[in-house]
Design a protein around this ligand. Structure first.
Ligand SMILES: Cc1cc2nc3c(=O)[nH]c(=O)nc-3n(C[C@H](O)[C@H](O)[C@H](O)COP(=O)(O)OP(=O)(O)OC[C@H]3O[C@@H](n4cnc5c(N)ncnc54)[C@H](O)[C@@H]3O)c2cc1C
Length: 345
């Protein structure tokens, strides 16, 4: 019997796993992919993310950074081509290496880690959760508490809550070439002809990265082409070679915006819970919700007794409320810049 079984090695899952292991719980962390696994992401750590990671895991190593190592902030181009510059120092990481480093921090704290192992389902029993896993074969584990940090597409949440979430699809290409934009900033473009959400440009090592986000998956390539022509006409973009393209998903923050924090002994963290800040910044809220879940476990589960199940979810709700409010404030700020997001304005 594990005290805590954590699903997914994103920032949310790693944070909960490390903190609960450090507090003395018997923790199993499982990841369906083999590490280092790819996660489509711009890999910008804002200051809040850096502070949370360095507070729990220690200094972020140079080996996970890419050039320009320091991100100086974000430049937003609104619907009317007005420019809003928000300066703040962040870091530029490769997510596959960064997440692998988080996992090694969790293992050093005593977490047992299994990769190439997917959680297929969770069934709540009298005093534990029966978890079905698939590695080389299908088998079961038992845990007092499960923390699902399985990302935007969370199958565990879909199965347990029977919810139908809607998604934003992203497509970004890694290219070589030049463009007349400051490489030290992340650039977001809100013009509706360029995407159904936002379009962006950033740099990682020798790659220029051009991304767009849509609600309608079939329109991905069309919007991406329009974005590249827009950058060619307005910012002298010259693409010499196309290296790769990748698709990702994010939760679609809807007018009836809600977070799903859990049910019974299963807590949802990070994007599985619908945490996502504007312009697709989700690492800080993944870390914060992972932290809040760990604190909730620590305050409501004494291993000599059983888990106080109602208190667990209440504690998590209470701990994460400031982050939820912060996120809503951020969406409202964006709505003032871009009416596309005015449902939260
Ligand atoms: C194109 C793009 C750009 C982005 N850029 C940024 C950025 O620059 N900065 C930022 O802060 N945020 C960014 N984000 C958002 C950020 O990537 C996410 O918010 C963040 O990764 C969420 O973390 P998480 O821990 O909730 O889940 P994830 O990081 O998605 O991790 C989930 C993990 O669970 C694993 N998993 C899934 N199902 C199972 C299962 N059944 N069993 C076992 N394992 C499972 C997955 O393989 C994965 O490793 C971006 C997102 C996209 C799509």
């Amino acid at each position: 019997m594990y005290d805590v079984l954590v699903v997914g090695t994103g920032p949310a899952g790693c944070m909960t796993a490390k903190m609960t292991a450090e507090a003395g719980y018997k923790v199993l962390l499982v990841e369906k992919m083999q590490l280092p696994r790819e996660k489509s992401c711009s890999g910008i750590l804002i200051k809040k993310s850096i502070d949370m990671v360095e507070g729990e895991f220690g200094k972020i190593p140079d080996a996970v950074l890419c050039r320009p190592t320091k991100n100086k902030g974000i430049i937003i181009n609104d619907e009317e081509n007005r420019v809003f510059k928000f300066e703040s120092e962040g870091l530029n990481v490769w997510r596959n290496l960064f997440d692998q480093w988080l996992v090694s921090g969790a293992e050093n704290a005593g977490v047992e880690f299994r990769q190439s192992t997917a959680v297929i389902s969770c069934e709540e029993m009298q005093d534990h959760v029966l978890v079905t896993l698939q590695g080389n074969e299908i088998y079961h584990e038992r845990a007092k508490i499960v923390v699902a940090g399985d990302g935007a597409a969370s199958n565990l949440k879909k199965n347990l809550l029977k919810t139908q979430d809607s998604y934003i699809f992203t497509y970004q290409t890694f290219c070589s070439g030049t463009v007349d934009l400051d490489y030290n900033f992340f650039h977001a473009f809100m013009q509706p002809q360029l995407s159904q959400y936002d379009a962006w440009f950033n740099v990682k090592d020798d790659f220029l990265i051009f991304g767009i986000a849509v609600k309608d998956f079939n329109k991905i390539k069309g919007y991406h082409e329009k974005f590249l022509s827009f950058l060619a006409s307005n910012f002298k973009a010259e693409i010499k070679s196309f290296v790769k393209g990748e698709v990702g998903i994010m939760p679609c923050v809807l007018p009836e915006y809600r977070v799903d924090l859990g049910i019974g002994r299963v807590l949802f963290v990070g994007e599985a819970a619908n945490f996502l800040n504007p312009i697709g910044e989700g690492i800080s809220s993944a870390l914060a919700s992972g932290y809040a879940a760990a604190e909730a476990i620590k305050s409501t589960y004494d291993v000599s007794e059983d888990v106080d199940v109602p208190a667990l979810l209440n504690a998590y709700e209470k701990n994460v409320e400031p982050d939820k409010q912060y996120m809503i404030r951020q969406w409202k700020l964006l709505a003032r810049i871009s009416p596309k997001f005015s449902h939260l304005g």
